[in-house]
Design a protein around this ligand. Sequence first.
Ligand code: C2E
Ligand code: CA
Ligand code: CA
Ligand code: CA
Length: 278
Amino acid sequence: AKLQQRTGYLHFSRSMGIDIRERVNMMHALRAAFEERHLFVVYQPQIDMVTRLPVGAEALLRWQTEDKTMISPSRFIPIAEYSGLIIELGEWVLRQACQELVRIQRHGFPNFMMSVNVSQVQFRHPHFLSMLRKALEDTNAPPHCIELEITESMAMEEPDALIKLLDQITETGVSIAIDDFGTGFSSLSHLQKLSVDRLKIDRAFVMEITDSSRGSSIAEMIIQLGRNLELDIIAEGVEDERQAKILTELGCPYGQGYLFSKPLTSDALHDWLRTHKT
Ligand code: C2E
Ligand code: CA
Ligand code: CA
Ligand code: CA
Protein backbone atom coordinates (compact mmCIF):
# COMPACT_ATOMS: atom_id res chain seq x y z
CA ALA A 1 0.00 0.00 0.00
CA LYS A 2 2.84 2.31 0.88
CA LEU A 3 4.57 1.66 -2.42
CA GLN A 4 1.36 2.20 -4.29
CA GLN A 5 0.90 5.50 -2.56
CA ARG A 6 4.40 6.48 -3.48
CA THR A 7 4.14 5.51 -7.12
CA GLY A 8 0.75 7.16 -7.22
CA TYR A 9 2.33 10.33 -5.94
CA LEU A 10 5.28 10.06 -8.30
CA HIS A 11 2.98 9.52 -11.23
CA PHE A 12 0.97 12.54 -10.20
CA SER A 13 3.96 14.83 -9.78
CA ARG A 14 5.54 13.62 -13.00
CA SER A 15 2.50 14.37 -15.12
CA MET A 16 2.13 17.73 -13.41
CA GLY A 17 5.84 18.32 -13.89
CA ILE A 18 5.59 18.78 -17.63
CA ASP A 19 3.16 21.59 -17.30
CA ILE A 20 4.99 23.19 -14.40
CA ARG A 21 8.37 22.92 -16.13
CA GLU A 22 6.95 24.57 -19.22
CA ARG A 23 5.46 27.31 -17.12
CA VAL A 24 8.70 27.82 -15.21
CA ASN A 25 10.66 28.02 -18.48
CA MET A 26 8.28 30.58 -19.85
CA MET A 27 8.43 32.49 -16.57
CA HIS A 28 12.23 32.77 -16.84
CA ALA A 29 12.03 33.69 -20.52
CA LEU A 30 9.43 36.35 -19.77
CA ARG A 31 11.48 37.89 -16.99
CA ALA A 32 14.56 37.92 -19.24
CA ALA A 33 12.52 39.45 -22.06
CA PHE A 34 11.28 42.16 -19.71
CA GLU A 35 14.81 42.94 -18.52
CA GLU A 36 16.22 42.88 -22.06
CA ARG A 37 13.44 45.13 -23.31
CA HIS A 38 11.86 42.63 -25.67
CA LEU A 39 8.47 43.62 -24.38
CA PHE A 40 6.77 46.65 -25.81
CA VAL A 41 3.41 48.34 -25.79
CA VAL A 42 1.21 48.84 -28.85
CA TYR A 43 -1.81 51.11 -29.05
CA GLN A 44 -5.12 50.39 -30.74
CA PRO A 45 -7.14 53.49 -31.65
CA GLN A 46 -10.64 53.92 -30.26
CA ILE A 47 -12.87 56.00 -32.46
CA ASP A 48 -16.10 57.94 -32.46
CA MET A 49 -18.10 55.84 -34.91
CA VAL A 50 -20.24 58.79 -36.03
CA THR A 51 -17.48 61.30 -36.84
CA ARG A 52 -14.87 58.56 -37.42
CA LEU A 53 -12.34 60.59 -35.47
CA PRO A 54 -9.95 59.05 -32.93
CA VAL A 55 -10.86 59.63 -29.28
CA GLY A 56 -8.35 57.41 -27.56
CA ALA A 57 -6.36 54.19 -27.63
CA GLU A 58 -5.99 50.97 -25.68
CA ALA A 59 -2.50 49.97 -24.58
CA LEU A 60 -1.73 46.30 -25.34
CA LEU A 61 1.41 44.46 -24.33
CA ARG A 62 3.59 42.63 -26.88
CA TRP A 63 6.42 40.13 -26.56
CA GLN A 64 8.70 39.55 -29.50
CA THR A 65 11.36 36.90 -28.90
CA GLU A 66 14.90 37.19 -30.26
CA ASP A 67 14.01 35.03 -33.28
CA LYS A 68 11.16 37.49 -34.01
CA THR A 69 8.36 35.18 -32.85
CA MET A 70 5.43 37.04 -31.35
CA ILE A 71 3.99 35.51 -28.21
CA SER A 72 0.39 36.38 -27.53
CA PRO A 73 -0.47 38.20 -24.31
CA SER A 74 -3.25 35.69 -23.74
CA ARG A 75 -0.45 33.14 -23.30
CA PHE A 76 2.06 35.13 -21.29
CA ILE A 77 -0.19 37.32 -19.13
CA PRO A 78 -1.39 34.25 -17.15
CA ILE A 79 2.28 33.29 -16.64
CA ALA A 80 3.08 36.80 -15.47
CA GLU A 81 0.13 36.63 -13.08
CA TYR A 82 1.13 33.20 -11.80
CA SER A 83 4.71 34.31 -11.16
CA GLY A 84 3.85 37.70 -9.72
CA LEU A 85 5.83 39.48 -12.45
CA ILE A 86 2.57 41.12 -13.50
CA ILE A 87 2.98 43.59 -10.62
CA GLU A 88 6.14 45.08 -12.16
CA LEU A 89 5.01 44.50 -15.71
CA GLY A 90 1.62 46.09 -15.16
CA GLU A 91 3.20 49.15 -13.58
CA TRP A 92 5.59 49.43 -16.52
CA VAL A 93 2.72 49.23 -19.05
CA LEU A 94 0.78 51.89 -17.13
CA ARG A 95 3.78 54.23 -17.11
CA GLN A 96 4.49 53.63 -20.80
CA ALA A 97 0.84 54.35 -21.60
CA CYS A 98 0.86 57.53 -19.46
CA GLN A 99 3.98 58.82 -21.22
CA GLU A 100 2.51 58.02 -24.62
CA LEU A 101 -0.69 59.84 -23.68
CA VAL A 102 1.24 62.97 -22.74
CA ARG A 103 3.04 62.89 -26.12
CA ILE A 104 -0.19 62.39 -28.08
CA GLN A 105 -1.96 65.20 -26.25
CA ARG A 106 0.95 67.53 -27.01
CA HIS A 107 0.68 66.68 -30.70
CA GLY A 108 -2.77 68.13 -31.22
CA PHE A 109 -5.08 65.72 -29.40
CA PRO A 110 -5.65 67.48 -26.07
CA ASN A 111 -8.62 65.29 -25.08
CA PHE A 112 -7.14 61.95 -26.11
CA MET A 113 -7.91 59.08 -23.72
CA MET A 114 -5.70 56.13 -22.84
CA SER A 115 -7.11 52.77 -21.70
CA VAL A 116 -4.92 50.37 -19.78
CA ASN A 117 -5.72 46.75 -18.90
CA VAL A 118 -5.39 45.82 -15.26
CA SER A 119 -4.96 42.23 -14.14
CA GLN A 120 -6.85 40.99 -11.11
CA VAL A 121 -3.51 40.16 -9.46
CA GLN A 122 -2.46 43.81 -9.78
CA PHE A 123 -5.84 45.00 -8.68
CA ARG A 124 -5.75 42.93 -5.49
CA HIS A 125 -2.24 44.06 -4.61
CA PRO A 126 -2.24 46.23 -1.49
CA HIS A 127 -0.14 48.94 -3.15
CA PHE A 128 -2.20 49.21 -6.32
CA LEU A 129 -3.67 52.60 -5.48
CA SER A 130 -0.37 54.16 -4.41
CA MET A 131 1.30 52.69 -7.51
CA LEU A 132 -1.37 54.34 -9.67
CA ARG A 133 -1.05 57.72 -7.93
CA LYS A 134 2.74 57.64 -8.24
CA ALA A 135 2.61 56.74 -11.95
CA LEU A 136 0.24 59.64 -12.64
CA GLU A 137 2.40 62.03 -10.63
CA ASP A 138 5.71 60.98 -12.19
CA THR A 139 4.47 61.07 -15.78
CA ASN A 140 2.23 64.16 -15.44
CA ALA A 141 -0.52 62.28 -17.24
CA PRO A 142 -3.94 63.87 -16.71
CA PRO A 143 -5.91 61.35 -14.59
CA HIS A 144 -9.24 62.21 -16.25
CA CYS A 145 -7.80 60.99 -19.57
CA ILE A 146 -6.77 57.59 -18.20
CA GLU A 147 -9.14 54.66 -18.11
CA LEU A 148 -8.46 51.34 -16.41
CA GLU A 149 -10.06 48.26 -17.94
CA ILE A 150 -11.05 45.60 -15.45
CA THR A 151 -12.81 42.44 -16.56
CA GLU A 152 -16.38 41.68 -15.70
CA SER A 153 -15.30 38.73 -13.56
CA MET A 154 -13.13 41.07 -11.47
CA ALA A 155 -16.09 43.41 -11.10
CA MET A 156 -18.14 40.58 -9.59
CA GLU A 157 -15.81 39.79 -6.70
CA GLU A 158 -15.98 40.66 -2.99
CA PRO A 159 -18.40 43.60 -3.23
CA ASP A 160 -17.34 45.71 -0.24
CA ALA A 161 -13.60 45.81 -0.93
CA LEU A 162 -14.26 46.32 -4.63
CA ILE A 163 -16.72 49.18 -4.13
CA LYS A 164 -14.19 50.93 -1.91
CA LEU A 165 -11.27 50.46 -4.31
CA LEU A 166 -13.27 51.66 -7.32
CA ASP A 167 -14.35 54.72 -5.34
CA GLN A 168 -10.74 55.46 -4.43
CA ILE A 169 -9.64 55.10 -8.05
CA THR A 170 -12.45 57.40 -9.14
CA GLU A 171 -11.22 59.98 -6.60
CA THR A 172 -7.88 60.14 -8.42
CA GLY A 173 -9.81 61.18 -11.55
CA VAL A 174 -9.04 57.97 -13.42
CA SER A 175 -12.08 56.27 -14.95
CA ILE A 176 -13.04 52.59 -15.01
CA ALA A 177 -14.30 50.44 -17.84
CA ILE A 178 -15.61 46.90 -17.57
CA ASP A 179 -13.86 44.89 -20.24
CA ASP A 180 -15.29 41.83 -22.00
CA PHE A 181 -18.71 42.89 -20.82
CA GLY A 182 -21.45 40.33 -21.31
CA THR A 183 -19.21 37.34 -20.66
CA GLY A 184 -19.93 37.37 -16.92
CA PHE A 185 -23.13 37.55 -14.94
CA SER A 186 -22.99 40.85 -13.10
CA SER A 187 -26.44 41.94 -12.08
CA LEU A 188 -27.94 45.36 -12.56
CA SER A 189 -28.15 45.92 -8.81
CA HIS A 190 -24.48 45.01 -8.38
CA LEU A 191 -23.36 47.25 -11.24
CA GLN A 192 -25.28 50.15 -9.77
CA LYS A 193 -23.09 50.05 -6.66
CA LEU A 194 -19.83 50.29 -8.58
CA SER A 195 -18.04 53.45 -9.68
CA VAL A 196 -17.82 52.42 -13.28
CA ASP A 197 -17.84 54.78 -16.27
CA ARG A 198 -17.95 52.58 -19.30
CA LEU A 199 -18.90 49.12 -20.52
CA LYS A 200 -16.85 47.50 -23.25
CA ILE A 201 -18.92 45.10 -25.34
CA ASP A 202 -16.98 41.89 -25.82
CA ARG A 203 -15.89 41.01 -29.34
CA ALA A 204 -17.94 37.81 -29.25
CA PHE A 205 -21.15 39.87 -29.19
CA VAL A 206 -19.95 42.23 -31.90
CA MET A 207 -19.22 39.20 -34.08
CA GLU A 208 -22.73 37.85 -33.78
CA ILE A 209 -24.42 41.10 -34.81
CA THR A 210 -26.47 40.62 -37.94
CA ASP A 211 -29.44 42.50 -39.35
CA SER A 212 -31.69 39.62 -38.36
CA SER A 213 -30.42 39.54 -34.77
CA ARG A 214 -31.41 43.19 -34.38
CA GLY A 215 -33.75 43.67 -31.46
CA SER A 216 -32.61 40.52 -29.73
CA SER A 217 -28.83 40.70 -29.77
CA ILE A 218 -26.77 40.68 -26.61
CA ALA A 219 -24.98 43.77 -27.91
CA GLU A 220 -28.27 45.63 -27.96
CA MET A 221 -29.12 44.49 -24.44
CA ILE A 222 -25.73 45.76 -23.21
CA ILE A 223 -26.27 49.11 -24.91
CA GLN A 224 -29.69 49.38 -23.24
CA LEU A 225 -28.18 48.42 -19.88
CA GLY A 226 -25.52 51.08 -20.31
CA ARG A 227 -28.16 53.64 -21.11
CA ASN A 228 -30.23 52.71 -18.04
CA LEU A 229 -27.19 52.96 -15.79
CA GLU A 230 -25.96 56.10 -17.57
CA LEU A 231 -22.72 54.42 -18.56
CA ASP A 232 -20.69 55.06 -21.65
CA ILE A 233 -20.36 52.21 -24.15
CA ILE A 234 -17.60 51.08 -26.48
CA ALA A 235 -17.57 48.01 -28.73
CA GLU A 236 -14.38 46.00 -29.23
CA GLY A 237 -13.47 43.85 -32.22
CA VAL A 238 -15.38 45.90 -34.81
CA GLU A 239 -14.22 44.36 -38.09
CA ASP A 240 -16.65 45.53 -40.74
CA GLU A 241 -18.82 48.47 -41.75
CA ARG A 242 -22.01 46.54 -41.21
CA GLN A 243 -21.19 45.98 -37.53
CA ALA A 244 -20.19 49.63 -37.12
CA LYS A 245 -23.42 50.79 -38.74
CA ILE A 246 -25.69 48.60 -36.62
CA LEU A 247 -23.83 49.39 -33.41
CA THR A 248 -24.12 53.11 -34.12
CA GLU A 249 -27.82 52.79 -34.84
CA LEU A 250 -28.30 50.88 -31.61
CA GLY A 251 -26.70 53.79 -29.74
CA CYS A 252 -23.12 52.64 -29.22
CA PRO A 253 -21.00 55.72 -29.94
CA TYR A 254 -17.46 54.31 -29.73
CA GLY A 255 -15.68 51.46 -31.39
CA GLN A 256 -12.33 49.73 -31.56
CA GLY A 257 -11.29 47.06 -34.02
CA TYR A 258 -9.52 46.10 -37.22
CA LEU A 259 -12.06 48.11 -39.27
CA PHE A 260 -10.48 51.28 -37.90
CA SER A 261 -6.97 50.14 -37.05
CA LYS A 262 -4.94 47.25 -35.71
CA PRO A 263 -2.86 47.89 -32.59
CA LEU A 264 0.07 50.14 -33.62
CA THR A 265 3.55 50.78 -32.32
CA SER A 266 4.11 54.22 -30.85
CA ASP A 267 5.65 55.55 -34.10
CA ALA A 268 2.94 54.03 -36.29
CA LEU A 269 0.25 55.47 -34.01
CA HIS A 270 1.69 58.97 -34.40
CA ASP A 271 1.68 58.56 -38.21
CA TRP A 272 -1.86 57.20 -38.11
CA LEU A 273 -3.03 60.09 -35.95
CA ARG A 274 -1.49 62.62 -38.31
CA THR A 275 -3.74 61.33 -41.09
CA HIS A 276 -6.81 61.23 -38.85
CA LYS A 277 -6.87 64.81 -37.62
CA THR A 278 -9.97 67.00 -37.69
P1 C2E B 1 -8.51 42.42 -24.49
O1 C2E B 1 -8.23 43.40 -23.39
O2 C2E B 1 -9.91 41.98 -24.67
O3 C2E B 1 -7.94 43.10 -25.79
C1 C2E B 1 -8.53 43.05 -27.05
C2 C2E B 1 -7.84 42.03 -27.93
O4 C2E B 1 -8.52 41.96 -29.19
C3 C2E B 1 -6.40 42.40 -28.28
O5 C2E B 1 -5.69 41.18 -28.39
C4 C2E B 1 -6.55 43.05 -29.65
O6 C2E B 1 -5.36 43.03 -30.42
C5 C2E B 1 -7.63 42.20 -30.25
N1 C2E B 1 -8.39 42.88 -31.30
C6 C2E B 1 -8.60 44.20 -31.45
N2 C2E B 1 -9.41 44.46 -32.49
C7 C2E B 1 -9.73 43.27 -33.03
C8 C2E B 1 -10.55 42.87 -34.15
O7 C2E B 1 -11.16 43.69 -34.85
N3 C2E B 1 -10.64 41.54 -34.38
C9 C2E B 1 -9.99 40.62 -33.63
N4 C2E B 1 -10.12 39.34 -33.95
N5 C2E B 1 -9.23 40.96 -32.55
C10 C2E B 1 -9.10 42.26 -32.27
P2 C2E B 1 -4.25 41.02 -27.76
O8 C2E B 1 -3.49 42.30 -27.94
O9 C2E B 1 -3.68 39.76 -28.29
O10 C2E B 1 -4.53 40.87 -26.21
C11 C2E B 1 -5.18 39.74 -25.69
C12 C2E B 1 -5.51 39.93 -24.24
O11 C2E B 1 -4.34 39.99 -23.44
C13 C2E B 1 -6.24 41.25 -23.96
O12 C2E B 1 -7.60 41.10 -24.30
C14 C2E B 1 -5.98 41.39 -22.49
O13 C2E B 1 -6.88 40.61 -21.74
C15 C2E B 1 -4.59 40.83 -22.35
N6 C2E B 1 -3.61 41.93 -22.31
C16 C2E B 1 -2.98 42.56 -23.32
N7 C2E B 1 -2.16 43.52 -22.86
C17 C2E B 1 -2.29 43.53 -21.52
C18 C2E B 1 -1.71 44.29 -20.45
O14 C2E B 1 -0.91 45.22 -20.63
N8 C2E B 1 -2.10 43.96 -19.17
C19 C2E B 1 -2.99 42.95 -18.92
N9 C2E B 1 -3.32 42.70 -17.64
N10 C2E B 1 -3.56 42.24 -19.89
C20 C2E B 1 -3.22 42.51 -21.17
CA1 CA C 1 -8.98 45.34 -22.82
CA1 CA D 1 -11.76 43.17 -24.14
CA1 CA E 1 -12.55 40.35 -25.33
